[in-house]
Structures are given as structure tokens and as C-alpha cells.
Design a protein around this ligand. Structure first.
Ligand SMILES: N[C@@H](CCC(=O)N[C@@H](CS)C(=O)NCC(=O)O)C(=O)O
Length: 216
């Protein structure tokens, strides 16, 4: 029995939900009591972050640790490539996503409400975001996914991030363009059978979130 603490708009929560779906696992999803970071939630999950899972006696936060745990405890279908080099490269991609790309996207969340906008920040962050996307296109070779034809943990974080980039391009008119190989990758990823429903769910939740910000 897997309990997942999550909030609908969490991009890292979407990543874990994709792993759960791809593994064919059932789970019970709960919101963190009083919100993430709250004393009530930290009494359950000391890290205070979502997503987090409880499985038996194990309480685990951090999406990457959760994904690797699920992959090890439910090995089929595998979500890490075979061999130390390919595995190291897959982890490199995940880290790049989590530490180099996603924080730039997160930085824009405060810019969606018109009252909070700072044109200088938006433009400066867009240059940084474009640079990171260009780096990613050079670092990786999608065939058609990050580690080949099978869905890997390294793919799962990008699902929500590409949706967030789409939304930011639309709402903030961001001058950011996905390099062609990444655009093809984003399309292949969104169409994957274990991803498509989560892609649609997250797109709808994010659109609702943005609409609320835009209308105040
Ligand atoms: N590195 C974490 C990031 C998760 C994360 O940032 N979650 C946010 C919500 S989307 C959160 O729980 N923030 C709580 C806090 O910063 O105290 C992961 O991969 O799970």
C-alpha cells in the first residue's frame, strides 16, 4: 500500500505519479495536512516537502529518491538504463533538470500575476532559460526519450517542466524557443502511454492555477 502526499500543482508530484502509473502501481493520494511545510505535515514527514510517500515503515521525501526506490522495489518495467555509464548519464540528466532547469521555471511563478511582474527579471531569466535549454540539447541525445525507447526516471521531471514552459511562453510572452531536438522530445514524451493522462491532468491544473493568478 503506497500513500502519496502531494498537491495537484506540484511538478515533482507529477513526476512521481508518472513513475507510479508506468509501474502499474495503485496508490492513495493525500494532501499534506495544513499544507506542505506545516507543523502538522512535518510531524508526518519531517522534510515537509511534497511529493512524499509512505510505504509500510518507510517515509520518503524527494522525488528522485522516491522514483529510484519504486524502480528498485518494482523492477518492471525498468526505468534506469543498464550499465554504469548509461545510469550515470541518466542521473546527470535528472540532476540537470532538478538543479539547473526547474529552479529557473520556479522563479517565474511570482511573475504570473500581473501585479507581481518585473520586466527586467522576466527578460534576464528568459536568457538563462534559453541557455539551459540549449545546453540540454547538446548534452543529451533523445532516441526518442532520454535513455532510448523506454520511459526512464530521467524523463519524468521534464513532463511538467515542458508544460510550464508552454504556459510561460503564452502568459509572459517569453522569448524562449525549445531547440528542435527538445521540441521533438517533448512531443514524444507527452504522447507516451504512461505519460499522456498525467500530461493532460497537469496541463489543466496549471491552466487553472494561472487563470486564478491572472484574474486576481
Ligand atoms: N527536491 C524536491 C522538491 C520538491 C518541492 O520543491 N516541493 C515543493 C512543493 S511543489 C515543496 O514541498 N516545498 C515546501 C518547502 O519548500 O518548504 C523533490 O524533488 O521532491
Amino acid at each position: 500500500m503506497i500513500t502519496l502526499y502531494n498537491i495537484p500543482v506540484s511538478s515533482y508530484g507529477a513526476k512521481v505519479r508518472i513513475v507510479l502509473r508506468h509501474k502499474g502501481l495503485e496508490w492513495t493520494e493525500l494532501p499534506p495536512p495544513d499544507g506542505y511545510g506545516s507543523p502538522a505535515y512535518r510531524a508526518i514527514m519531517p522534510a515537509g516537502t511534497v511529493p512524499a510517500i509512505i510505504v509500510g515503515d518507510l517515509k520518503l521525501a524527494e522525488s528522485e529518491a522516491i522514483a529510484e526506490y519504486l524502480d528498485e522495489t518494482h523492477p518492471a518495467p525498468p526505468m534506469m538504463p543498464a550499465g554504469p555509464e548509461a545510469r550515470a548519464r541518466a542521473r546527470e540528466v535528472s540532476r540537470f533538470h532538478d538543479t539547473r532547469l526547474e529552479p529557473i521555471l520556479r522563479g517565474y511563478f511570482g511573475q504570473v500575476a500581473p501585479a507581481g511582474r518585473d520586466a527586467g527579471f522576466i527578460a534576464g531569466n528568459a536568457r538563462l532559460l534559453q541557455d539551459r535549454l540549449d545546453q540540454l540539447a547538446v548534452m543529451t541525445r533523445q532516441a526518442p526519450l532520454m535513455t532510448g525507447s523506454g520511459l526512464a526516471i530521467a524523463d519524468c521531471g521534464f513532463v511538467a517542466s515542458f508544460i510550464i514552459i508552454d504556459l510561460l511562453q503564452d502568459v509572459l510572452d517569453l522569448p524562449v524557443v525549445l531547440p528542435d531536438p527538445l521540441a521533438a522530445y517533448a512531443a514524444a514524451l507527452a504522447a507516451h502511454p504512461s505519460v499522456a493522462e498525467e500530461d493532460a491532468r497537469y496541463r489543466a491544473v496549471l491552466a487553472d492555477w494561472a487563470r486564478a493568478k491572472l484574474t486576481g
